[in-house]
Design a protein around this ligand. Structure first.
Ligand code: ASP
Ligand code: MG
Length: 425
C-alpha cells in the first residue's frame, strides 16, 4: 500500500462533469489499496475571474483581502470534489490550507511555506478518508490567509507529499506530461519519459510552463518523485526524479544528451552604452538595478576599446520590471556616467537543457550551427553546466526553437502531444 498525493489543475476540475471524472480517478486509486491525499486548483479560470472582480471594485485592492478572495476558488473545487467522491461511496473530507496546517510567511500574493503540521490530514487518511486539500494557500503567523503565487497548487502538493512522506506526487493537467518543446510551436515534440529535478528546474526557470518552479525545488530538496500526467487519459506521463534518463533498453531511441528546448517571450533587455571601464562601475550599476527590485538573468559586458576607455553592458530582465528599471538607471545617470541607456522588449530567449551536456562536447557548436543555418542572429549567450541560452529577435524565436529541436534529433515521427482541455494547467 502506498501513500499517493494527487494534484489536479484547474482544467481537470473545470466543471461538474470534470469533477465527477476526477472523483472516479481518485476512487480507483483508493480502491487499488492506496491512501490518497488530493490537492486541487480552482475550477477553470476562477482565479482570473476573481482577480477581475476585485479590479472592478477597487483600483488597488488591499493584498490581504485579495488573498482571502482568491483562496475561495480552491475552496469551491475542494468541497465539490469531496461531495462527488462521497457520492461514489468512498468517504472524503476537504480541508483549507489553514486546516491542513500549511504555515506561510506574511507576503500576501507570493507567500512562502515556512512549515507544515499535517496532523489533521494524516489523521483523516488514517481514518480511511480521501483527504482533499485546497491548493495555493496557507496561513501566516497572524492567522491571516495567504496565497503562494499563481500556479502555487503544485507547491502545496509537493510540500504535503514531503511532509507526509508520500511515495509519489502525481501532478495532473490536460497534457500527457513534459515535452521536448512546446507542442504549439513544435508539433513533433516528444513526451519525455524521465527527467531529473535539475533539468526540470532549468526548463521551468527559462520559460517552460510545466511546473511551478518552487514545487520542483521542494521536490528535489525532499526527494519527492513527481509523476506529471494527464487526467484525461491513463497514459504514463513524465517521471521527475534524480535518476537521469538514458536507460539503454527503454530509451535507446532517445538522445540522452538533451532533454528539451524551452523558450521565453517575457523578457526584455537593457543596454547601457558607453559606461566608463573602471573598477566598481558594474557594481554601482547593478546596485541601482537591485534597488529597483529587478530579477536579472543574462549579463554581457563588451570588451572596451583602449581608445575610449568605455564599454557597454547589457542584461535581460522580466518585461514587467523593464520600464521601472530603466527609469532607475536614468535617475542615476550622474553616478553611472554612461552615454545612453536603452530598453528593448522585442527579444526572445531559447534555452537548450540536458544533463548530458556535462560529458558531451560539441553541444554549443551544434546549437549555433542550427541557428546559423536557419539564418537567425544570436544577440546574447549564457550557459550553466546543463543549459545554453541564447537571445534572438522575438520574431525569430519560433523558428529558432524548431531549428534547434530538429538539430538535436528531438523530433518524433508523428505528433504525439495532445492538449485535452486547452490550457496546459
Ligand atoms: N488557482 C491558482 C492559479 O490559478 C493556483 C493554481 O492553479 O495552482 O494560479
Ligand atoms: Mg489555475
Amino acid at each position: 500500500m502506498a501513500l499517493v498525493v494527487q494534484k489536479f489543475g484547474g482544467s481537470s476540475v473545470a466543471d461538474a462533469t470534470s469533477i465527477k471524472r476526477v472523483a472516479r480517478r481518485v476512487v480507483e486509486t483508493k480502491r487499488a489499496g492506496n491512501d490518497v491525499v488530493v490537492v486541487v486548483s480552482a475550477m477553470g479560470d476562477t482565479t482570473d475571474e476573481l482577480l477581475d472582480l476585485a479590479g472592478q471594485v477597487a483600483d488597488a485592492p488591499p493584498a490581504r483581502e485579495l488573498d482571502i478572495l482568491l483562496t475561495a476558488g480552491e475552496r469551491i473545487s475542494m468541497s465539490l470534489l469531496a461531495m462527488a467522491i462521497n457520492e461514489l461511496g468512498v468517504p472524503a473530507r476537504s480541508y483549507t490550507g489553514q486546516q491542513a496546517g500549511l504555515r506561510t510567511d506574511a507576503r500576501y500574493g507570493k507567500a512562502s511555506i515556512v512549515g507544515i503540521v499535517p496532523e489533521r490530514i494524516a489523521r483523516s487518511v488514517k481514518e480511511g478518508d480521501v483527504a482533499i486539500v485546497a491548493g495555493f494557500q496557507g496561513v501566516n503567523e497572524a492567522n491571516d490567509v495567504t496565497t503562494l503565487g499563481r500556479g502555487g497548487s503544485d507547491t502545496t502538493a509537493v510540500a504535503l507529499a514531503a511532509a507526509l512522506r508520500a511515495d509519489v506526487c502525481e501532478i495532473y493537467s490536460d497534457v500527457d506530461g513534459l515535452f521536448t518543446a512546446d507542442p504549439r510551436i513544435v508539433p513533433t515534440a516528444r513526451r519525455v519519459r524521465r527527467i531529473t529535478y535539475e533539468e526540470t528546474l532549468e526548463l521551468a526557470a527559462h520559460g517552460a510552463k510545466i511546473l511551478h518552479l518552487r514545487a520542483v525545488e521542494l521536490a528535489r530538496r525532499y526527494g519527492v518523485p513527481l509523476h506529471v500526467r494527464s487526467s484525461f487519459s491513463t497514459k504514463e506521463g513524465t517521471w521527475v526524479t534524480d535518476t537521469p534518463a538514458g536507460d539503454p533498453e527503454e530509451e535507446a531511441m532517445e538522445d540522452p544528451i538533451i532533454s528539451g528546448v524551452a523558450h521565453d517571450r517575457s523578457q526584455g533587455k537593457i543596454t547601457v552604452v558607453g559606461v566608463p571601464d573602471v573598477p566598481g562601475i558594474a557594481a554601482r550599476l547593478f546596485q541601482v538595478v537591485a534597488a529597483a527590485e529587478a530579477n536579472i538573468d543574462m549579463i554581457v559586458q563588451n570588451v572596451s576599446t583602449q581608445r575610449t576607455g568605455r564599454t557597454d553592458i547589457s542584461f535581460t530582465l522580466p518585461e514587467a520590471d523593464g520600464p521601472a528599471t530603466l527609469r532607475a538607471i536614468e535617475a542615476a545617470a550622474d553616478v553611472l556616467k554612461y552615454a545612453e541607456a536603452r530598453y528593448d522588449d522585442q527579444i526572445g530567449k531559447l534555452s537548450l537543457v540536458g544533463a548530458g551536456m556535462r560529458s558531451h562536447p560539441g553541444v554549443s557548436a551544434r546549437l549555433f550551427g542550427a541557428l546559423s543555418a536557419a539564418g537567425i542572429n544570436i544577440e546574447m549567450i549564457s550557459t550553466s553546466e546543463i543549459r545554453i541560452s541564447v537571445v534572438t529577435r522575438i520574431e525569430d524565436l519560433d523558428a529558432a526553437v524548431r531549428a534547434v529541436h530538429g538539430a538535436f534529433d528531438l523530433d518524433s515521427a508523428e505528433s504525439e502531444a495532445v492538449v485535452y482541455g486547452g490550457t496546459g494547467r
